[in-house]
Design a protein around this ligand. Sequence first.
Ligand code: FDA
Length: 299
Amino acid sequence: MALLDRAIARVLPAVPKPLVRALASPYIAGPTLEDAVAVVRRLNGEEKLATIDVLGEEITNDDEAREIARAYHRVLARVEGEQLDANISVKLTGLGLGLDYALCRENLQSLIEDARARGNFVRIDMEDSSTTDDTLRLYRELRAAGYANLGVVLQARLRRTLGDAHGLENVRLCKGIYLEPPEIAYEDPDEIRESFRATLRALLDDRSYVGIATHDEELIEDALAQIRARNLAPTKYEFQMLLGVRSARGDELVHAGHRLRIYVPFGTHWYEYSVRRLQENPKIAGYVAADTVRRLARR
Ligand code: FDA
C-alpha cells in the first residue's frame, strides 16, 4: 500500500485538474466564502463547531500577506453576521512569517483584536518544522500581551513536541502533516501515536484546553479514556476533525456529548492546496484513492 500511496502522490501533478478537484471536493467547502458559510451552517445544524481556513498560495510580498489578513477579517465579520459557531485557523507564512516577523505579528494581532471584539478566537496552524520556533514564540508573546483568544498547534510527529507542551494554554494536538527528517521526527506510526498520547497527557496535566485533532481510532479511544479518568467536563476540551473525514465517527462523538470542531478550508487556491497536501503525506493519497473507489462502487 505504501508504494501505491507514494506512486499516487508522485503522479498527482500530472492528473487533470478536474479529477484532482473531484478527489479533493469532499475535503474543501468550495471556492467562495459563501460556500464556507453554507457548510458551516450545515455543520452547526448537526451540533458541530467549525474552524475556517482561507486557502492561500505561497505569498511573495507584504501586500499579499495583508490581503490574506483582509480575507480573514471578512470571514470574522461574516461569522458574526450569520451567527455561526466558527473560529478561524491561520497559517503564519500566509500572514508574512517568511518575509518579516514584525509584519506577520502585525497581521496576526489585527486578527486577534478583531476576533476578540467579536467574541471569537484565532488558531495558528502549525506548518513545517522551519516555522515551529517562530510560531510558538509569536503565540507566547501575544498570550503574554493579554490576548486570551489565541491558540496554537503541536505536532506529535516532532520529537521536540512533548518538551514544547508545557505552559501552553490552548493547543490543537495533531500528528503533523509535514514529512520531516528522522533526526527531528518520528517515522514509525506507533512512535507517533505514543508521542500523541504522552503529549495529550502532559497538556491535560497542565490544564490546557486541548483540541484533540485526529481520526485515528486508537487515539480517539485513548483520549476518551483520559477524559473519563479525569472526569473532565465537555467544556474543557474538544475533538477536531477535517471536513469530509470520518463524519459518522464525528456524529457519534457529538451524540455522546463531546464538542467536535470541523476544519473547513475554502478558497480559489483549492488546487495547490489539494496537491500539496496529498504530496506532503502520501498516505493520505491512499485514503483518497480508496475512498474514491468506494464512492464509485456505491454508485
Ligand atoms: P491517520 O492519518 O492515521 O488517519 C486515521 C484514519 O483517518 C485513517 O485510517 C483514515 O481512515 C482516516 N483519514 C485520515 N485522513 C483522511 C483523509 N484525508 N481522507 C480520508 N480518510 C482519512 N497538521 C499539521 O501539520 N498542522 C496543522 O495545523 C494541522 N491541523 C489540523 C487540524 C485538524 C482539525 C485535523 C483533524 C488535522 C490537522 N492536521 C494538521 C493534520 C494532521 O496532522 C494529520 O495529518 C491528519 O489528521 C491525519 O492524521 P490522523 O491523526 O487522523 O491519523
